[in-house]
Write a protein that binds this ligand. Sequence first.
Ligand code: FAD
Length: 368
Amino acid sequence: MNVKYDFLIVGAGMYGAVFAHEMNKSGKTCLIIDKRSHVAGNIHTEKVEDILVHQYGAHIFHTSNKEVWNYVNQFAEFNRYINSPIANYYGEIYNLPFNMNTFNKMWGVATPDEAKLRIQQQCKDNYVENPQNLQEQAINLVGPDIYEKLIRGYTEKQWGRSCTEIPAFIIRRLPVRFTYDNNYFKDPYQGIPIGGYTAMIERMIEGIEVKLNTDYLLEKEQWDSMADKVIYTGPIDAYFDNRFGVLEYRSLRFETEVLDTANYQGNAVVNYTDRETPYTRIIEHKHFEFGTQPKTVISREYSEEWKRGDEPYYPINDEKNNILYEKYKALAEAESNVIFGGRLGEYKYYDMDKVVEVALQKVKAVLG
Ligand code: FAD
């Protein structure tokens, strides 16, 4: 067998790119393949009307890990974008996350004490012992006003079923903030890479051979023979021919449109929290980078049931799927020449910063 590369990296997403960059830096030879026509995986950004469009959903980089922040800043300068989504409930606009601006708009209260009193009163008046579903749980935590206007419709669209049919344990707490702070994330570091995520990933993998439009699983043996070790960031169940069954996901559908207006909604992220509007949110991409282009690009985001062949977005880590995953994981551990990593390889929702963290840990472990 003519071994050519130290590592074959399946998947040019964040995990694969960090792994490849580090190994290349350590003098190892790497080949990256991806079945898509572009690098960057789900964080791919593409220019439309000179606006960077997040093709697989809005991505905001945020982290509390200074090392990770310094790491990604090697490959891109980040802008000062702060995620401050708003909610549109039948045309009424509220700030998110739930904070003093939200409470002021909802009830006219101006001080934290007034807001706390209002929430306590609402919770007390509607309290249900042993909540049996998400509706009862949410009302216990924040009261019926916030639940009705800001939680119910959005959650039902996300889950595709009524809040009374969703188990209570799904929400243990609902963070409320008694300050006028609309910054969604608590992390000290946040922003969007100037020039887009794809350019950032391209910088990470500079000098490394990449083959796109290449599905590893179609010619697995041939690819395996080309490297000492394989880093596989595709779906773990597909790797094993789905022999125990298919791991489930929640999917999304995006309807992206160019509009002949400079500013459609005045914010990057607007959640539609009523039940009637069929989409969960609209992303206006230019606001991620304070764009001043004459046109705008918006994406309506629909939450959908996933079926085989659809894009897998969010793993459904319920008991049934977790048990199934454990079976695949046991097989994966027996594959001595393959490392399974990333959101699909580990069947786990990871924010980008966590992906960087775990990929760097894996590199350390492999290099010893
Ligand atoms: P991916 O990006 O999925 O990369 C895997 C790659 O493997 C893909 O390019 C795929 O084409 C390739 N591949 C799969 N199978 C094969 C095969 N057989 N052959 C060849 N190639 C293959 N994180 C944040 O930090 N902030 C956010 O705001 C945020 N927003 C998100 C919004 C949505 C809608 C979703 C779903 C996730 C969001 N995330 C966010 C998480 C973020 O997308 C992930 O952390 C990141 O994309 C994971 O990178 P990855 O390399 O593990 O996976």
